[in-house]
Design a protein around this ligand. Structure first.
Ligand code: AMP
Ligand code: MG
Length: 409
């Protein structure tokens, strides 16, 4: 049996990012930058106020309370027209430019209008007057130009996953497009004569195809574009046709079933003929069998058919492979430390077990308990699990002991 790390290294070596694309910032969520982003201009570009209030000369309010003549009202988005002179202030709204002459802002809550509302105010001969209650230091509530980013600054390096906040920064920089590693198109197909996917009554020996929907959903969660390549019978010609369609139209293919030792495991025979495949027995449970290789230059993940195995195999191999194709520098999900809230028993068998568990916060850490049946056909427990406990080859973990977990999406 191959150690997990060896098998995964083999996969990742063949899943390099290749497609560079310029995409609209609007479409870039979850994609990974392919070039460095450098700040073209100061953000913010101009000194502005963090508060609604009055722009003042700080020296004027040193002996507050005091009264100042209001010479202008400055709204966000409008340039100030008047210089604030000694004994003067401009009413200013959050985000508006600090007017020349002023060096600080007094928030509106620390002021009152010296003339009661309703009294004629404004105009050169009858200016409004504001009473300032507190003194403020220079720079008070002023957001200086370049506070957030300065022109020339390194903003995001190559390999940055674009999250909501990143997209906002790109918009702040005035970018409408960004260079990224393209989203791979991933085709998913199921194989098996026993499978039914149309809701019709089951004939003897039939089961329903659950893997395809699940694997498409996992691929979707991995931020790739998904293509449903359908349900294919255990027939070599049909399997070959489906895989060749996938190779023509997709950047990667995920299959489930037909990669074990059974008489009708034709996926294996077909991929051996048309691809450059490696058949692995990985020292993990579930998901020991893995077929991985390329047809042309398209990576093919031949995942095992058992529903839980196919999901765990996707998590351990396909997700990192697809993320690597998307340019993620760290495509493998990191484990976190947790405490077993109950015994997680297993037998010594030379494999690392990925047990389906429920992780919950406890005393600032995480505790885990079994999510239910651990058979590789027991999809319900997998559906209820939000984590996989990584239990090394041993007789298991006792309640209170620590255990590494993979927190699933
Ligand atoms: P196989 O690898 O084809 O021998 O399949 C292993 C087990 O997984 C068998 O019990 C299959 O019936 C089951 N299986 C294979 N494909 C699917 C699928 N798409 N949905 C649900 N179960 C499946
Ligand atoms: Mg099968």
């Amino acid at each position: 049996m191959l150690p997990l790390e060896t098998a995964r290294e083999f996969v990742l070596d063949r899943c390099a990012a290749r497609k560079l694309e310029r995409v609209a910032v609007a479409d870039a969520l979850g994609l990974v930058t392919a070039s460095e982003i450098v700040c073209s201009e100061d953000i913010p570009q101009f000194a502005n106020t963090a508060m609604d209030g009055f722009a003042v000369r700080s020296a004027d309010v040193a002996d507050a309370p005091c009264e100042l003549r209001v010479v202008e009202t400055i709204a966000a988005g409008h340039a100030p027209q008047v210089t604030v002179g000694p004994g003067e202030a401009s009413r200013i709204m959050t985000g508006a430019t600090i007017p020349p002459g002023a060096d600080a802002v007094v928030m509106v809550e620390r002021t009152s209008m010296a003339k009661p509302a309703g009294t004629a105010a404004g105009g050169a001969d009858n200016p409004e007057t504001v009473r300032v209650e507190v003194g403020v230091p220079p720079g008070n509530h002023v957001r200086h130009a370049g506070d957030d980013l300065q022109a020339g600054a390194h903003v995001f390096g190559v390999g940055t996953e674009l999250t909501a906040g990143h997209l906002g920064v790109l918009c702040s920089l005035g970018m409408t497009e960004v260079e990224v590693f393209g989203r791979p198109r991933v085709g998913v197909l199921s194989t098996g004569d026993e499978l039914v996917d149309d809701g019709s009554p089951l004939q003897p020996g039939q089961i329903r195809d659950s893997n395809r929907r699940t694997l498409l959903a996992l691929a979707h969660r991995a931020d790739v574009d998904c293509v449903d390549l359908g349900l294919v019978r255990d027939d070599p010609d049909a399997i070959e046709a489906a895989i060749l369609t996938g190779v023509d139209t997709c950047d990667a293919i995920v299959t489930s079933g037909g990669v074990s030792m059974g008489d009708f495991d034709y996926v294996k025979a077909v991929l051996n003929r048309i691809g450059d495949m490696r058949w692995m027995q990985v020292a993990i449970k579930p998901a020991k069998p893995l077929a991985f290789g390329t047809v042309g230059d398209v990576p093919v993940f031949g995942l095992p058919g058992n529903p839980v195995s196919s999901m765990v195999s996707f998590e351990l191999f396909a997700r990192p492979g697809l993320r690597s194709m998307m340019g993620h520098p760290d495509p493998i999900r990191a484990t976190v430390g947790a405490t077993a809230a109950e015994d997680l028993p297993r037998r010594v068998d030379g494999k690392t077990h990925f047990m389906r568990v429920l992780a919950t916060p406890k005393n600032g850490g995480i505790e885990v308990r079994s999510a239910g049946g651990q058979g590789s056909h027991m999809l319900w427990a997998m559906a209820n699990a939000n984590a996989l406990a990584v239990v090394p080859d041993s007789d298991g973990v006792r309640a209170g002991e620590s255990v590494d977990v993979l927190l699933l999406d």
